[in-house]
Design a protein around this ligand. Structure first.
Ligand code: 4GY
Length: 241
């Protein structure tokens, strides 16, 4: 997959995307990630990317010309780029949206800054607008990094051989069950007996119950999701056997 990022702060991207699984995906050629400075598509001496809002008001607005030029340059000759604006006005990003994005060949992420985008950028350039949550950051670099990170681990071959991105909490619409490792007793806290028992069927049942209880207690909203419905139906079908 190819991901281009357009930002006013390319230097913010050094670090988070140079380590761990994203590093490995890039080294293996699964992810071709390029960070671009929006100012490279300006033509004036001051490399102006923003201007005052028509009609007055505080703050500055991202001008359309550099963004249109940049997006046109980065998508020239490429069949199917999916252009995503990152801003608090977008649909809230989720594991389900990440799974859809991971199927695409080319993403172009456009980070917002200042007060926002000239509306013609939304109308003329964007295929989608995503938010990483209901709060306002200083710019869209961190949201772009979040999106790249989440999508990268869904790329085929990005996870290690034995790990599966599919059977995890948000894919299942439910939180993970409690995990323990050695020692079997730590400062008086014991690992639940059933996990030491070697009874695989009992362990599975205990984990399913724990995951459900925990979800009901901490994230009841997840149980109302379509994924939870699918899971409940699958479990019912298994019980019926
Ligand atoms: N939340 N999700 C977000 C953000 C910075 C003011 C518009 C978010 O995606 N982006 O907070 N971005 C703002 C700053 C202008 C972008």
């Amino acid at each position: 997959m190819k991901i281009d990022v357009l930002t006013l702060f390319p230097e913010m991207f050094a670090g988070p995307l140079d380590v761990s699984m994203v590093r490995r995906a890039r080294d293996r050629g699964l992810l071709d990630l390029k960070i671009h400075n929006l100012r490279d598509w300006t033509h004036d001496r001051h490399k102006t990317v923003d201007d005052r809002p028509f009609g007055g008001g505080p703050g500055m607005v991202l001008k359309p010309e550099p963004l249109f030029e940049a997006v046109e340059h980065l998508t020239a000759g490429l069949a199917d780029a999916h252009v995503v604006l990152l801003s608090p006005a977008g649909r809230v990003f989720s594991q389900a949206i990440a799974r859809e994005l991971a199927l695409r060949d080319h993403l172009l992420l456009v980070c917002g800054s200042y007060v926002g985008f000239d509306e013609r950028i939304r109308e003329g350039l964007a295929d989608d607008e995503l938010s990483i949550g209901d709060y306002v950051l200083t710019n869209g670099a961190l949201p772009a990094m979040v999106l790249v990170d989440v999508v990268t681990r869904l790329l085929p071959g990005a996870l290690g051989d034995d790990a599966s991105a599919q059977d995890e909490s948000f894919s299942a619409g439910c939180l993970e069950y409690p995990q323990y490792t050695r020692p079997a007793e730590f400062r008086g806290w014991k690992v639940p007996e059933v996990l030491l028992s070697g009874h695989h069927a009992e362990i599975s049942r205990w984990r399913a119950e724990q995951a459900q209880q925990r979800t009901r207690r901490l994230r009841p909203d997840l149980l109302a999701s379509p994924a939870a419905e699918t899971r409940a139906r699958t479990e019912q079908a298994q019980d019926d056997l």
